[in-house]
Design a binder for this molecule. Structure first.
Ligand SMILES: Cc1cc2nc3c(=O)[nH]c(=O)nc-3n(C[C@H](O)[C@H](O)[C@H](O)COP(=O)(O)OP(=O)(O)OC[C@H]3O[C@@H](n4cnc5c(N)ncnc54)[C@H](O)[C@@H]3O)c2cc1C
Length: 235
């Protein structure tokens, strides 16, 4: 397929990983340190009184807390809006197709960005993942066949070493902000912090954002100046 490519850019410091593996391993390490995860628990609201947050109201009752970090991705604005916080984070939908490799010699070795289709093609062990697209269609996770065909076409065009009939198709919502920077920091409600709006780079920025939030919540001086990351920048 050499004749199809005019040129390329190599970004040697870019890295590729499996965020599912990362998240599970991180959760296991956190649990070993005493973190309790309430999986499957729906948050219905915030317990706010006297200008301070006192906890989170869930479907199974209220959980009391000195500090609450809102990290609900695109859903974050819905939780804070009743408390007068206008958070301009909007869901921008993307899709991915994950294909088992049948011929490794015709699969990518690392990540390739295709600027024609605006997609990224990644090697994930014995699978190829192609992801991309940006659709403004609200809070929906529908999977449209035309999107699948576009991803399928772009990946098989470059790397025909997978079995597309066994591919899994997925969509996700990127929490986008109008200025492209995440919203991290305190709010006008004491004890209530935000960590959202990471758009297309949520995993890339997750560890750094978490460090920043942890420093802010525990009253330490963060390594970077976080003033401009707070929601107050939209005031
Ligand atoms: C196709 C695609 C490819 C991407 N590729 C990359 C990439 O290569 N690198 C990268 O860094 N980023 C990538 N991203 C972006 C990344 O996925 C997001 O930035 C990241 O997931 C945002 O993380 P988050 O935890 O803030 O939000 P989310 O991942 O959206 O998580 C929010 C969570 O909150 C839960 N939630 C919402 N409301 C409630 C409620 N009321 N009660 C309980 N739970 C609730 C949701 O169910 C969800 O699990 C990609 C995104 C897409 C769509």
């Amino acid at each position: 397929m050499r004749e199809k490519i005019v040129g390329g850019l190599l970004t040697p410091k870019d890295e590729t990983g499996d965020c599912f593996k990362f998240s599970n391993a991180l959760a296991a390490k956190a649990a070993a340190l005493g973190v309790r995860f309430n999986y499957g628990s729906i948050i219905r609201g915030l317990d706010v009184e006297g200008g301070r947050v006192h906890g989170v109201v869930t479907a199974h009752g209220t959980i009391g807390a000195d500090a609450v970090v809102v990290a609900l991705g695109s859903f974050s604005p819905l939780l804070v809006r009743p408390h007068g916080i206008r958070l301009p984070v909007y869901p921008v939908k993307g899709y991915s197709l994950t294909i088992p490799i049948t011929d490794a010699s015709r699969a990518p070795e690392s990540t390739v960005m295709d600027e024609t289709y605006k997609i990224a093609i990644t090697r994930l062990g014995d699978r190829i993942r192609v992801g991309g697209m940006a659709e403004i269609s609200g809070y929906t996770n529908d999977l449209g066949e035309p999107r699948r065909l576009t991803l399928q076409h772009s990946v098989t065009d470059l790397f025909p070493g997978g079995d597309v009939s066994k591919a899994s198709f997925w969509s996700g919502l990127r929490p986008m902000t109008p200025d492209g920077t995440p919203v991290i920091g305190p709010t006008k409600i004491a004890g209530l912090y935000l960590n959202t709006g990471h758009g297309t780079l949520g995993w890339t920025m997750s560890s750094g954002s978490a460090r920043l939030v942890a420093d802010l919540v525990s009253g330490k001086k963060p390594e970077i100046d976080a003033t401009d990351l707070a929601v107050a920048r939209y005031a």
